[in-house]
Each structure stands twice: as C-alpha cells, then as structure tokens.
Design a protein around this ligand. Structure first.
Ligand code: C5P
Length: 222
C-alpha cells in the first residue's frame, strides 16, 4: 500500500466565497474563486488523506473527494461542526463573508418608481475558524490571510487571536496572484517559527508545498 505524507488523515477543506442571501434572486458575495481550496483538496488526496471538501462554488471535485455543497457562512459552519471531532486537519481556504443581510426577504425586493438608493442592513457572521480554534482538541488548524499591508505582522496577530496552527498569508495587492488568479505566492507562518516564503507558482504547486509543510509538521510532532 502506498504511504503518503497524510496517509489516512481525515482532512476537512473549505473553498470559495460564501454567498449570503439578500432575497430569492440575490446574494452578497466576494471575489474568491475557490481555486486554492480545490488545489488543496487534490494535493491532500494525493498525499493519502481522506478528504472532505465543503464548497460554495457548485463545482464537483475529482473522484475520491467527499463533496459538501454549501452557500453561506452559517451552512459552512454547520457542515464543519458536524465533522470537526472526527477530523485531523482542517484547512479554511474559504473566503467567509464578514457580514450577511440581517434578514432575507421572502420575495424578490422590487425597485420602486423614483427610488435611487437602497440601504442594506447587515449583521456580523460568526468567525468560523476562531470558533474551531477555541474548541480545538487534537486538530491541526490551517487558516488563510489575505492582506494588503504589513503582511507578516497582521498575519501573526490573526494566527494568535484565532488559535490557528498554520497560517497561509498572501499579499493580495500584488498583480497576478491571489483572488481568481491561477498563480499564488504565499508565506507559511507557524507559531514560534520563522516565516517560510513560497515563491509565485501555479496554485496546484503551492498546494503541494502547503501539504508537504503540514505533513512534515504532523509527522514530527504527533
Ligand atoms: O480575519 P480574516 O477574515 O482575514 O481571516 C481569514 C481566515 O479566517 C480564513 O482562513 C477564513 O476562512 C477564516 N474566516 C472564518 N470566518 C469568518 C471570516 C474568516 O472562518 N467569518
């Protein structure tokens, strides 16, 4: 039998931007494509893991990956909570909306004659990864951070605040990487360890390097 770096580990991965309903025909969302999450699902599968992908994109992942389609942050949180105790590694690659409409209109909201503005009332979504961090027992928790300034300092703060074991930080102000792009350039951060820079490469290769870092860490520490 082939032995991968994450052989038989139960891995939960989230992908895509959450879609927060406004009414039956409209969502509030962001520019996340889900590409990084899907690349990580493939890379963890190739490393021998038992992979579950919780995704907002509506895209069926490759054979061998358990697929849980969700739309919004609260559905994503419920899907994660249900499987958290039985998971060894959780990778939050999804871009979770910080805010959702306070209420969802039952019918399509129609524009009124002469109406020129519409005020949407928003409420904070739960910080899913912070909740998982607070409830952590044996799980290895990986978060993502997209920053436009002070990348390392902001990411280090985020990692500590959310009790995350590894943070994948990327500078989204750089062209050709990050949201929607096929390439990415990231920095891997772990508590008490110098930053590990991963140079610009296709998301598939970045994913393999992230999986290698997770696998090596788990083999050395557990
Ligand atoms: O604080 P920020 O949104 O930049 O943190 C990004 C990390 O936190 C990502 O791993 C993202 O999936 C996660 N997150 C979350 N719930 C939120 C917001 C972000 O789990 N409401």
């Amino acid at each position: 039998r082939r032995q991968g770096l994450l052989q038989d580990q139960h891995v939960l991965i989230t992908a895509g931007g959450t879609k927060e309903a406004i009414d039956p025909v409209r969502n509030l969302t962001n520019r996340s494509s889900g590409k990084m999450g899907y690349a990580l699902a493939q890379a963890t599968l190739a490393a021998g893991a038992n992979v579950t992908l919780i995704s907002t994109t509506g895209q069926q992942p490759p054979f061998g990956i358990t697929y849980i389609p969700v739309q919004d942050a609260r559905q994503m949180q419920a899907a994660l909570t249900e499987r958290y105790a039985a998971s060894d590694v959780v990778i939050m690659a999804a871009a979770v909306a910080d805010w959702r409409p306070t209420s969802v209109a039952q019918e399509k909201v129609k524009k009124q004659p002469g109406q020129t503005t519409w005020h949407l009332d928003l409420v904070r979504n739960p910080d899913i990864i912070a909740g998982l961090g607070a409830q952590k027992s044996h799980q290895f928790l990986v978060g993502f951070a997209a920053e436009t300034q002070d990348l390392i300092a902001n990411a280090e703060k985020k990692m500590a605040a959310k009790h995350v074991d590894m943070l994948v930080a990327n500078d989204v102000s750089k062209a050709g990487v990050g949201f929607g792009a096929d390439d990415n350039a990231v920095v891997l951060l772990r508590p008490g360890t110098p930053p590990q820079y991963i140079v610009k490469a296709p998301k598939r290769e970045i994913a393999t390097q992230i999986v290698t870092a997770i696998g090596r860490f788990l083999q050395a520490n557990y």
